[in-house]
Design a protein around this ligand. Structure first.
Ligand code: PEP
Length: 250
């Protein structure tokens, strides 16, 4: 039986003080987290260390939103997996559509990052998803397949068993438009079957596949009740403690 994994992605919101204030409130309400649910909060780099001081003895886990694929070196402005680990961070979002769109991340770059994260014992949350134009052209599955195969290229089944995939239709991110539960379920099932082909049935049936794209308390329950939807990657609705818990308790 797979757990539900709810991850918040703050994106480029909240300075250090706002982050501390938020997680203190989050921890105060942690008894609301159901037993079968893991909660992760992915904060800006600048808040990781301070937030970890508050989360380290709590049920809530800490994640980052990106990293570079080298251990260290002359890469001005980049952050390595070892640096993330030194803050107490355990998860890292990789290949978010905003990284792909605004910062030119390709499947090949995402693949290098996923491999490096696994090597350093960080759990990658690898994001994939089609644009509106791709959906309307009927090529959603082709796009998703290309991103999954590209991002996981060269990984063994054991390595694939260590990742989380977030299916995030680009047209649903931050737009208020959500995939219907049936639309999301279809793609999640397609991804699970694909993972079975590129690794094996056991890895596929244990893999956590999150849905992301305008998930909120009002639509979370129906999405999370689908057989292949194992959680959510939440943007806008995780910026307020109450709406984040609204999804966690759904
Ligand atoms: C996201 O940033 O991954 C996301 C799903 O954002 P939102 O929930 O705001 O659509």
């Amino acid at each position: 039986m797979r757990k539900k994994v709810i991850a918040g992605n703050w994106k480029m919101y909240k300075d250090v003080n706002e982050s501390i204030e938020f997680v203190k409130e989050l921890v105060l309400k942690q008894n609301n987290i159901p037993d079968n649910t893991d909660v992760i909060i992915c904060v800006p780099f600048t808040s990781l260390f301070s937030v970890n001081q508050i989360l380290k003895d709590s049920k809530i886990k800490l994640g980052a939103q990106n990293m570079y694929y080298e251990d260290q070196g002359a890469y001005t402005g980049e952050i390595s997996p070892l640096m993330l680990k030194s803050t107490g961070c355990k998860y890292v979002i990789l290949g978010h559509s905003e990284r792909r769109t605004y910062f030119g991340e390709t499947d090949d770059i995402v693949n290098k990052k996923v491999k490096k994260a696994i090597e350093k014992d960080l759990t990658p949350i690898m994001c994939i998803g089609e644009t509106l134009q791709e959906r309307e052209s009927g090529i959603t599955n082709q796009i998703v397949e290309k991103q999954v195969r590209g991002g996981l290229n060269g990984l063994s089944p054991e390595e694939i068993s260590k990742i989380i995939i977030a299916y995030e239709p680009v047209w649903a991110i931050g737009t208020g438009k959500t995939a219907t539960p049936a639309q999301a379920q279809d793609v999640h099932k397609f991804i699970r079957d694909l993972i079975s082909k590129i690794s094996n049935d056991k890895v596929a049936s244990n893999l956590i596949i999150q849905y992301g794209g305008s998930m909120k308390p009002e639509n979370a329950k129906e999405l999370l009740s689908q057989p292949d939807i194992d959680g959510g990657l939440i943007g806008g609705a995780c910026l307020k403690v109450d709406s984040f818990y609204g999804i966690i308790t759904a």
